[in-house]
Design a protein around this ligand. Structure first.
Ligand SMILES: NC(=O)c1ccc[n+]([C@@H]2O[C@H](COP(=O)([O-])OP(=O)(O)OC[C@H]3O[C@@H](n4cnc5c(N)ncnc54)[C@H](O)[C@@H]3O)[C@@H](O)[C@H]2O)c1
Length: 136
């Protein structure tokens, strides 16, 4: 057995938040280059659509969905859609967060705590066990 295969992204489902921003876009492209299928989520749907189109044109598989990471109902509904379609999420790139320039405490709490934790933890329950086994 080739041990390096455990690091392969071939056929894996990669879920990227903030996917139309600088880092999210780059991550989406990079996962696609390594054979993953990409779910691009952002509050900016047209932006995510543009990235998905670019990735698909390059021959990989990508889909875009509108999702506000601070809205638990929306997170749950989007994750449910993805699990319905692919059966799992292998990689979570929990990228949305506060930038230094707007480090107001309420916004920091909303994005950095509720947003990140909301995507990665109990708010996805029961999907966290199914969708994100690696981050239990
Ligand atoms: N760019 C850098 O050099 C750098 C360096 C260190 C850390 N970071 C951190 O990495 C993260 C991403 O940085 P970036 O440069 O790609 O930012 P960006 O502003 O280019 O992209 C952020 C994306 O997140 C989306 N977004 C914002 N709020 C959202 C929400 N509530 N729900 C869903 N999507 C939302 C925006 O629409 C945008 O597409 C930030 O937390 C940033 O602080 C960036």
């Amino acid at each position: 057995m080739n041990e390096l295969k455990i690091f392969s992204l071939e056929g894996k489902i990669a879920f990227v938040t903030g996917a139309s921003g600088n880092i999210g876009k780059m991550a989406g492209r990079a996962y696609a280059l390594h054979g993953a299928r990409i779910v691009l989520v952002d509050i900016d749907l047209p932006g995510a659509e543009e990235v998905a189109e670019e990735i698909c044109q390059a021959g990989a598989e990508a889909m875009e969905l509108k999702m506000d990471v601070t809205n638990p109902a929306e997170v749950e509904s989007v994750v449910r859609n993805v699990i319905d379609k692919y059966g799992r999420i292998d990689v979570l790139f929990n990228n949305v967060g506060i930038k230094k320039i707007d480090r107001a405490i309420e916004r920091a709490f909303s994005l950095d705590f509720e947003g990140l934790w909301g995507c990665a933890s109990r708010k996805l329950d029961p999907f966290d066990w199914i969708g994100f086994p690696a981050i239990r």
